[in-house]
Each structure stands twice: as structure tokens, then as C-alpha cells.
Design a binder for this molecule. Structure first.
Ligand code: GLU
Length: 455
């Protein structure tokens, strides 16, 4: 069996850390199984679906390196949905209901008031043709519900193990709206059948939907006289924030778009974190996706709620940058206007980067104007006098410091720190042997002598 998996976002908002995790897992599973990855746009909700969201989701997947074998739009498949709807109506699995939202709310309230579960009473099923005609004469349009069979629904979930629902304890789901448009549930099941989806992987907020989907799969296979080839299901626990709270409240600020554009996060940091979050494998910084494909297995996922910690993402980001070869970033540095950064500069400062954009500060420190911090003028005057003549090499810093050590008797921090402060204006930064070379003899001299002007 060739695995065929799909990622099916609704283009009603940005891709956020919650659904990007699903995308990454679906993709890893497809690639590990040498299967197909379908990118499906669930755009049946025409009021809320927007092309710019679709473009944004697509750009995010590309940025993450999640390529697809096929792309589909639900909006292009309306005729096929109508065809299945006709068949399900003929088979009596879809029935017309005429309640208004207010009437339904009242029914729910009354059931809850009597301590009963708010399950729809199937009043629509009992309507005579005359009653239906009367409603329609009043101007009411029917919505259509799927008639669930009252029997147990069981599946082996790849993450949750055996999942069981009782058909009679579930409300018949509405599949077609008053305006005749089918809802996500029906379209999704029809698509999963038509595209030969073998694995449905999504968040655990869909578990109860899956229970009714299982019966919808069966009903559609039956009306079309096909074998009941129901896909396997994997429901991923939803991620919480660092404190265990709901992530959804803050999802706006956690879009992939913002991670990329605002926070300057590397795609592999996102993939590294999301591929391993909530699994038995350690979270590590990977610079390529291959080892993550290799280690992927649903059996490694726990049912517990994984926590998303933005600091962890930043930690992975830094590690990935520290190992990035210059060739991988050269174009992005040019795009940032840092054409002067060469391989030597990159290799010297990359251990100090948390985000790529931090390099601007180091460029400024090395090549721009800084305010030298000079507290011990006698020592700095000595340093200026002993600054080795050009040309400099990798040993220049150590040679210089050794001379100063000899002359002043200073050691450790007292020897190094004033030099770092005078040359960079800061107390921390890249290794000084490297930094000195990036600053160069001319600027070093200028900075070391700045106290003279100030005096
Ligand atoms: N469009 C649905 C969602 O974003 C898809 C769920 C599914 O994978 O079936 O929640």
C-alpha cells in the first residue's frame, strides 16, 4: 500500500504553530513511507476563505521545505459533492430539517435542563411531505443532517490506540447548510475517498468529528458500491503554551509568517522543534530535514499535551545558525544590505548569533561607529603603544596580549576586559582574536586613542 497523506488547512487565517506542527508531521510521515503528500485547501467556507491566506500558507510550507506532490481545492469540486449528496439523499442517509437556530437552541436548553445530553431529537426524520411543504411555503429552507447508525464506532488510532464512540450518543451532524452548501465534514470525507487518502492525521479537536466521519465513509462507499476502505487515523494532542495554558488565545502572534518575518527564526528551527515535540525523542537542532524523516514514527508520540516554549525555538535557532556555512546565508546577508560580510566575518561572529539579524549589530561593532568604553586610560595608552603593526594574522591578538601581560603584570579579566571594552564598547561578543581582525589596525588604533580626544 502506498501511503497517501494530506494536510488540509482552511484558508481562513495564517498558518500558526499549532497547525504547522500537523503539517510537519503529516509531511514527515508521507516522506518516511515514501508516499504522497497532498496539500488540500479546505475552502468551502466562501465567506471566511481568502486567497491571501492560501498564498501565505503556501509560502510558509515552501519556506519550511515541505514540498507537496499534489494540490487540490475543495471549491473546485462542488459538482462531485453534489453527486454524492444526491446519492446519500436517495439512500436516506441525509434528511431535511427545518429548525431555525433559535428553535435548536431551545431544544438544547430544554434537554440540558432535564439533565439529558443535547442530542438532536431527529424531528426532521418524522416530518411528512405536507409538513415540509408547509415550512417551505413559510420561506424556510432545509438544512440536511447525516443519519448516524446507532451502533458502536471503533477505530485504532495511531496515537490514541483504540477509540470508541456509541452512535446513539451522538447527534446527527449537519452536512448541508440552508443555502445548499455542503460543510467541511462531507467534503473532507469525499475528498479523502477520491484522492485515495490512506492516513488522516490531524489535531485531537477532530476526534469526535472522526466518529461521524467513519460512518460517512461507510455510507459513501456503500452508495457507490465500493469496498469500505476507511483510512487510518492519527489524532495529535493539541499544543499548549509554556505554562500549560491554551495556545489558541495567542495564536495571532504565533503565526509562521511572524516567526519568519518578525522573529527572524530559521525554518529548520521550527521543523526541528515541531518534529520532536511531544515524542520520546530528544529535541535537537537539525540543519537538514533528512534525519527527522528517518527517525519519524507515530509510535514515538505521546498522548500528553506538549508545551510550546518560544525560548526553546530560539535556542534551536541559535544552534542552527552556529553551524550554518557562509554559502547558505550569503544571499540573505546581501538582501539585508550586508554585502561586505565575507566568510571570515561570518565564521567569526556566527557563534554569537541568536537570530541572523543579530549580525547587523556585529557588523556595526566591527566596521561602523561605536562608543569605546575606556575606564583605565593608562592601561589603554600602553595597549595603544604596543599594538602590533600591520599586517595582522590569527596570532596578533595573543601576541599583543602577551606583551601587555609582561609589561603590566595584569592577567585574566583585568588584562582582557578593558581591551574588549575599548575596542567594541561592550563586555561580551565574539572571540577577541577574531574580532580584532574584523576591526582591523586602523579602526583599532582610532578606538584605542579615543580617550585622548575625550580628555
Ligand atoms: N480544514 C480542517 C482544519 O483545518 C481540516 C481538518 C482535517 O485535517 O480533516 O481543521
Amino acid at each position: 500500500m502506498t501511503v497517501k497523506a494530506r494536510f488540509a488547512p482552511s484558508p481562513t487565517g495564517m498558518l500558526h504553530v499549532g497547525n504547522v506542527r500537523t503539517a510537519i508531521i503529516v509531511w514527515l510521515h508521507a516522506r518516511k513511507s515514501k508516499g504522497h503528500f497532498l496539500f488540500r485547501i479546505d475552502d468551502t467556507d466562501t465567506e471566511r476563505s481568502k486567497k491571501e491566506y492560501e498564498d501565505e500558507i503556501e509560502a510558509s510550507l515552501k519556506w519550511l521545505g515541505l514540498n507537496w506532490d499534489e494540490k487540490a481545492h475543495q471549491s473546485a469540486r462542488v459538482d462531485r459533492y453534489d453527486d454524492v449528496i444526491t446519492k446519500l439523499k436517495e439512500a436516506g442517509r441525509l434528511y431535511a430539517c427545518y429548525e431555525t437556530p433559535e428553535e435548536l437552541a431551545l431544544k438544547r436548553k430544554s434537554l440540558l435542563g432535564r439533565g439529558l445530553p443535547p442530542i438532536y431529537d431527529r424531528a426532521g426524520l418524522k416530518l411528512t411531505d405536507d409538513q415540509k411543504a408547509k415550512y417551505e411555503a413559510e420561506g424556510r429552507q432545509p438544512h440536511w443532517r447525516f443519519k448516524l447508525n446507532h451502533e458502536p464506532i471503533i477505530w485504532q488510532d495511531l496515537i490514541r490506540g483504540e477509540v470508541k464512540f456509541e452512535g446513539e450518543q451522538m447527534a446527527d451532524p449537519v452536512l448541508i447548510r440552508e443555502d445548499g452548501r455542503p460543510l467541511y465534514h462531507l467534503c473532507s470525507v469525499i475528498d479523502d475517498i477520491d484522492f485515495g487518502i490512506t492516513h488522516v492525521v490531524r489535531g485531537e479537536d477532530h476526534v469526535s468529528n472522526t466518529a461521524s466521519h467513519v460512518q460517512m465513509f461507510e455510507a459513501i462507499f456503500d452508495v457507490e458500491d465500493k469496498p469500505r476502505a476507511i483510512p487510518q487515523f492519527a489524532h495529535l494532542p493539541l499544543i499548549s503554551d509554556k505554562e500549560g495554558g491554551k495556545l489558541s488565545k495567542r495564536l495571532g502572534s504565533l503565526s509562521v509568517h511572524d516567526l519568519r518575518e518578525v522573529d527572524g527564526i530559521e525554518p529548520m528551527a521550527v521543523v526541528s522543534l515541531m518534529a520532536r515535540l511531544g515524542t520520546s525523542e530528544p529535541i535537537e537542532a537539525f540543519s537538514s530535514i533528512e534525519p527527522l524523516i528517518e527517525s519519524f514514527d507515530f509510535s514515538k508520540f505521546s498522548r500528553g499535551t506538549p508545551k510550546f516554549d518560544p525560548d526553546e525555538l530560539l535556542r534551536l535557532n541559535a544552534k542552527i545558525l552556529h553551524e550554518k556555512p557562509f554559502a547558505d546565508v550569503a544571499d540573505r546577508l546581501s538582501a539585508m544590505g550586508l554585502n561586505g560580510v565575507d566568510e571570515e566575518f561570518w565564521n567569526s561572529v556566527r557563534p554569537n548569533l541568536e537570530r541572523l539579524s543579530d549580525i547587523k549589530d556585529w557588523w556595526q561593532t566591527a566596521r561602523g561607529q561605536i562608543t569605546p568604553v575606556i575606564e583605565e586610560t593608562d592601561y589603554i595608552a600602553e595597549a595603544l603603544d604596543t599594538l602590533p603593526p600591520a599586517p595582522w594574522n590569527d596570532n596578533t591578538w595573543m601576541d599583543w596580549v602577551n606583551v601587555l601581560k609582561e609589561k603590566t603584570g595584569r592577567k585574566g579579566k583585568a588584562l582582557f576586559m578593558p581591551l574588549r571594552q575599548a575596542l567594541t564598547g561592550m563586555e561580551h561578543g565574539p572571540e577577541m582574536d577574531k574580532m580584532l581582525l574584523l576591526i582591523g589596525p586602523e579602526k583599532a588604533k582610532e578606538r584605542l586613542s579615543s580617550f585622548k580626544k575625550a580628555a
